[in-house]
Write a protein that binds this ligand. Sequence first.
Ligand code: FES
Length: 105
Amino acid sequence: MRVAVTALDDLPNERGVRVRVGDLRIAMFRVGDEVFALDDRCSHAEAWLSEGEIFDDAVECPRHGSEFNLRTGRPMSLPATKPVPVYPVDIEDGTVYLTISEETE
Ligand code: FES
């Protein structure tokens, strides 16, 4: 399922935004001309990645500091050891779309 979620111009640079698609909470990050989408919930414990800081191509969990790669969702530092789901993003005519697979809906 491909869903229009926001206008590219409405996404702040290098700061997280939470969007909801059905029951999913998704953290979106714009870094320059690229946009990334990860599951908002940290894989380690109760924390929201949309509230984390961006460092290069990673977001730092605001609770215990694990960094997650924005492209793969993999943790790059402890204490998190499991990846968070990532969602394909595409941008068309200034609108940002997410693709949600049926397994994650
Ligand atoms: S809650 Fe994110 S690293 Fe612990």
